[in-house]
Design a protein around this ligand. Structure first.
Ligand code: SAM
Length: 206
């Protein structure tokens, strides 16, 4: 799926998406715990980017935890929602395939259900971008749908084609990009929006 197709798909559902997921973290204490651990690890002078931020509820959550957080997204529609709901925060239009950010300028990267739209062979250059913009010692937190197979599998995501990943398989792709797993969490689905267990990987650039 091309980035323009992904952008158009998210533009067309932006208002509904924002309304549906605005408060989703309230019912996900395990996810919040991982985000809180990430926030504690990255707290410092450098900013933290929420890449594929959508309507920005996690960007705002990171800011509420004391981080200098900003969002980046492909979809102007999603960014309009983010800017309307969080006018005090910075949201940039852009793509994670080519980030308009200086080398080693970030303390952390959150990629929450955003790399899922990339085909497996498209991920290595994106993770190379993550590695480039992250300062040494920086951390990445990734949310994704898991599968029990050994290899990633495409699924009928409601907005745009997406891939479920075996946690170990995704961790190995990050490792090859120089981003080393610190911890992982796999939890059972908890809402009607989830059909398979959710995965969260925390990784670090040495
Ligand atoms: C499933 S939504 C997740 C949004 C938000 N992180 C959340 O958890 O609700 C995926 C988001 O990733 C964005 N996205 C997809 N591909 C992207 C890319 N290459 N660069 C930046 N954003 C991208 C989409 O526009 C969409 O807002």
């Amino acid at each position: 799926m091309t980035e323009s197709a992904t952008r158009a798909a998210y533009d067309s559902v932006a208002v509904l998406y924002a309304d549906t997921f605005r408060d989703v973290m309230d019912d996900l204490p395990l996810d919040r715990a991982m985000v809180a651990a990430f926030a504690e690890l990255v707290r410092g002078d450098l900013p933290v980017a929420d890449l594929g931020c959508g309507p920005g509820y996690l960007t705002a959550h990171l800011a509420s935890l004391g981080l200098s957080a900003f969002g980046v997204d492909l979809s102007p529609g999603m960014l309009a929602q983010a800017r309307e709901e969080h006018p005090d925060l910075r949201f940039d239009e852009g793509t994670m395939t080519s980030l308009d950010l200086a080398d080693e300028s970030l303390g952390g990267i959150l990629a929450w259900y955003s790399i899922i739209h990339k085909a497996p062979d498209e991920l290595p250059p994106i993770l190379a971008e993550f590695h480039r913009v992250l300062a040494p010692g920086g951390h990445v937190l990734v949310g994704f749908q898991t599968c029990e197979k050994d290899t990633p599998e495409p699924f009928d995501h409601k907005v745009a084609l997406a891939y479920r990943w075996p946690p170990g398989g995704l961790s190995a792709v990050f490792r090859r990009a120089g981003l080393i797993e610190t911890a992982r969490l796999v939890r059972q689905p908890t809402s009607i929006h989830e059909r398979t267990p959710a995965g969260i990987l925390l990784l670090r650039k040495p």
